[in-house]
Design a protein. Structure first.
Lengths: 211, 211
DNA sequence: GACTACATACCGACCGGTTGGTATGTAAGC
DNA sequence: GCTTACATACCAACCGGTCGGTATGTAGTC
């Protein structure tokens, strides 16, 4: 992850433009969407030229795919290092995940909304490569929750009509929908209330007390 | 309001360009998004010319606002005439609404996904007028659920930590999020499962049996 | 009922700026 | 001296939007 900086040897800081382009892509696409983000604007935001862009990405679509993958990596790290994994009880870890996501709902709307959810809305019919990259990002993230959900089910001897995988995906659906409402209303509050409903659902599902 | 149709006489109903444009806008924007929908393409799909477009709409943004309002009207009728209102029990009406939404999840993805949810994702920071029109569409639709939710709460003497309004909005969030997952996975199944989780949540909230 | 006056509905050529993409150049490292 | 990492210059297609024009009412006047 830290190969960008000149690090140990006298290596001359490669990949500078590519990283700046990717970071600018996350910010710009989260703000105005994929189609409305022009390459000129993106390059200006990154402080590089069009030549640099097409040196690193063969097309705008390729940038979209790379941006989705970059998003997966950075958010993957964020969640991997989050404190909710420390709970000994698996249900507490699942609820801790929800609480962690709730705590992320601060700042401006482009600061907490999801890049791949935004992108896939626009390009699902027109760019299969980006659609698949977004699917991978969401699905792989959901998968990180399955083990804890299954452990919580097993601890209670539950054999319900739903699967851990479907609950993990439903949790992502609630987050994505909460982002849309936040965008519509211009604030994070409505999203936070939806996340509260999600936490309540999980508590009820597992027979925990409702607050 | 009904001056469009030729009604009684065999009059050829002049003003159909606007209606055709609006219908084409719903289909095209639901498929490729707002920004990626060009006016040339839209006019071609509607079978009218650019001149007709700018006669009826003063800008592309104005079309976006009109499309959101048109969407509100057509979906408003669809839900107003839906059978779930006939249940005598308010909770059954709320669950009937969810079941109705689930039953709508058929056909291609652009056929069942939400116009305003798609649009607001893209333009929330760049077009306040469209953002507000989308917010009105979602919020007014959610409001149609509040009375039934409140009646169901009152029937059980419930005074929970959540409001009918917030549950109604959460239901919309789940739908919108389900659409995003459907777009990412390229099929309706994942959305249907999320809607099932929503129904289960409502049953648990109101103490009904879980299936 | 013919004439004028004006409005509405629509057409399609056209405009200047922007778009994604390319071709070529160049300076630095191995 | 060849590859990598950019920069500069440029292009054709396309973008949203304008504009002059026409065909078809419609209402009032005599």
């Amino acid at each position: 992850m830290a190969e960008t900086s000149a690090s140990t040897a006298g290596k001359p800081a490669k990949q500078d433009a590519k990283a700046k382009l990717l970071d600018a892509a996350l910010a710009t696409i989260r703000t105005k969407g994929y189609a409305a983000t022009s390459l000129d604007e993106l390059c200006a935001a990154a402080g590089v030229t069009k030549g640099a862009f097409f040196h690193h990405f063969k097309s705008k679509d390729a940038l979209g795919v790379a941006a989705a993958e970059h998003w997966s990596e950075t958010t993957g790290e964020l969640f991997a290092n989050a404190p909710y994994h420390d709970h000994p009880d698996p249900l507490e870890r699942v609820l801790g995940y929800v609480a962690f996501r709730r705590s992320l709902l601060t700042g401006g709307i482009p600061d907490f909304t999801c890049l791949v959810g935004t992108m896939v809305q626009e390009v699902h019919e027109t760019s299969p490569a980006i659609r698949e990259a977004c699917d991978r990002s969401i699905s792989n993230h959901a998968k990180t929750l399955e083990a804890d959900i299954e452990a919580a089910m097993a601890a209670r001897g539950m054999k319900p009509g739903w699967s851990a995988a479907s609950l993990a995906l439903h949790m992502q659906a609630v987050m994505q929908g909460a982002f849309i409402l936040a965008k519509a209303k211009g604030g994070a509050e409505v999203a936070a209330e939806s996340v509260d409903h999600l936490a309540r659902y999980i508590e009820l599902l597992f027979g925990a007390k409702t607050r």
